[in-house]
Ligand binder design. Structure first.
Ligand SMILES: *Cc1c(COP(=O)(O)O)cnc(C)c1O
Length: 368
C-alpha cells in the first residue's frame, strides 16, 4: 500500500467544468468565470468581495501592497507557519516580526503579539494553522487598541469557524490558498476576501499592472502585478467549491477516526492530539500529532519507519526564526518544541478510510 500525505479529489464534474472553460476560448483572468468564482467564494466566507489570484502567496503580496505596507513597516506574524506567510512582507521591504504560538492550538499567541508591538507596527497576520482558527477576539482587541491592520492567513482553513462565524471575516482582509493540497484546489491559486470596497478596488487594479483609468489604458501609474487567476483554474475552483461542505465534514470525520484509533497512545501520554477549543471549528487541513518524550522512538525514526511501509508523512514547518533568511537568536520555545516533535499524518480530500486504518495500525505496531 502507498499512502500519500495528501492528494486532491478531482471528479468528472471538475473535469467537465475545466473543459467547458477551455472550450469557451475565454481562458484569461478577465473571463466571467473568474468573477463568478470570486463572488461565490466571498459568499461562502460571508464577506462582501473576493479577488482571485494565481497563488496564496501572491494573494498575500497583493493584499499588503494594496494596504501600502512597505519599507520601515513591521508586520507581526507567527514563527510557526509556512514560509509563504513571511515572504510577501519581505518582498515589500517591510520586516516580519516573528512571535511564538499558543501551546494548545499552535496558533499565534496574542500575548506575544502585544509584547512585539512598536511604533513601526502596521499589521498582524494571524495564521489559522493546520485549519484551527486563531483567538480572533483577542487579536481584534489588540489591533483596535493599537490601530493595526489584520490580514488573516486562512490558506489552510477554508470554512473553519470561530464563535460560529467563518474565518476570512475577522480581518481587514484575508487570504486563502487553492494549491493542490488545500481544502479546495484550483491547481495553483489564491483568493483575497474583504469587506473594504476601497481595498477591493485597489487590489483589483494592482492585480493586473495598474492599467490606466479614465480610458488611458497604457498610462499605468503604479508598479502593479501579473497576479490574475486564469479561467480554467476558476472553473475548477467553482466546481470544487460546490462540494466544500462535504470536504470539511469528511476531514472532521477523518480526524475523529484518527483520534479514536490512536486514543490509547494519547491516554498513556505517548502522543499529543491537536486540540479543538470550545467555540472553535477546525477543518483539519492536516491531522497532526506530537510525539512526546516517552514515545519509544524518535519523531524522525517514526517518519522513517512509516515511510518504509509506504506511508508518506510531513514533519512540521520549521519555525521561521530557524531558517537562514529569517534566522535570529530569539527563542520561541513553543514553536521550537512542536516543530521538533510533530508530524502531519495523511489527510487529503482523497484519503480513504482504509488508508487511515493502515496508518493507525502501523503507528500502533511501532509501539509494540
Ligand atoms: C499554502 C500556504 C500559503 C501559500 O499558498 P500558495 O498557494 O502555495 O502560494 C500561505 N500560507 C500558509 C499558512 C499556507 O499553508
Amino acid at each position: 500500500m502507498r499512502v500519500p500525505v495528501s492528494i486532491p479529489d478531482i471528479t468528472s464534474d471538475d473535469v467537465k467544468a475545466v473543459r467547458r472553460a477551455v472550450e469557451s476560448g475565454w481562458v484569461s483572468g478577465t473571463s466571467p468565470i473568474v468573477s463568478e468564482f470570486e463572488k461565490e467564494f466571498a459568499d461562502f466566507c460571508g464577506v462582501q468581495y473576493g479577488i482571485a489570484t494565481n497563488s496564496g502567496t501572491t494573494a498575500l503580496h497583493l493584499t499588503l501592497a494594496s494596504m501600502n505596507i512597505g519599507v520601515g513597516d513591521e508586520v507581526i506574524l507567527p514563527t510557526f507557519t509556512m514560509v509563504a506567510t513571511a515572504n510577501p512582507v519581505t518582498y515589500l521591504g517591510a520586516t516580519p516580526i516573528l512571535v511564538d504560538s499558543e501551546k494548545d492550538t499552535w496558533c499565534i499567541d496574542p500575548e506575544k503579539v502585544r509584547e512585539a508591538i512598536t511604533p513601526k507596527t502596521k499589521a498582524i497576520i494571524p495564521v489559522h494553522i493546520y485549519g484551527h482558527p486563531c483567538d480572533m477576539s483577542q487579536l481584534q482587541e489588540i489591533a483596535f487598541e493599537h490601530d493595526l491592520l489584520i490580514i488573516e492567513d486562512a490558506a489552510e482553513a477554508h470554512g473553519a469557524e470561530y464563535k460560529r462565524k467563518k474565518v476570512g471575516g475577522f480581518g481587514d482582509a484575508s487570504i486563502f490558498s487553492m494549491y493542490a493540497n488545500k481544502i479546495i484546489t484550483t491547481g495553483e491559486g489564491g483568493m483575497i476576501v474583504t469587506d473594504d470596497e476601497d481595498l477591493w478596488d485597489r487590489a483589483i487594479w494592482l492585480r493586473a499592472h495598474a492599467f490606466g483609468r479614465h480610458g488611458k489604458h497604457y498610462r499605468n501609474e503604479e508598479v502593479g502585478f501579473g497576479y490574475r487567476m486564469n479561467a480554467m483554474s476558476a472553473a475548477l475552483g467553482l466546481s470544487q467549491l460546490s462540494r466544500i461542505d462535504y470536504y470539511i465534514e469528511k476531514r472532521r470525520l477523518d480526524a475523529w477516526i484518527y483520534r479514536r484509533k490512536l486514543t490509547s497512545l494519547e491516554e498513556s501520554g505517548l502522543i499529543t492530539f491537536p486540540v479543538e477549543r470550545d467555540g472553535y471549528k477546525s477543518v483539519y487541513w492536516m491531522f497532526s500529532i506530537l510525539f512526546n518524550k516517552n514515545f519509544p522512538l524518535s519523531r524522525d525514526t517514526v517518519v522513517q519507519r512509516l515511510s518504509e511501509k509506504g506511508i508518506e508523512t510531513r514533519t512540521f514547518f520549521h519555525p521561521l526564526h530557524q531558517l537562514p533568511m529569517y534566522e535570529n537568536d530569539e527563542e520561541h520555545p513553543v514553536a521550537e518544541e512542536i516543530a521538533r516533535t510533530g508530524i502531519n499524518l495523511p489527510s487529503g480530500n482523497a484519503t480513504t478510510r482504509e488508508e487511515i486504518n493502515f496508518v493507525c495500525q502501523s503507528i500502533m505496531e511501532l509501539v509494540r
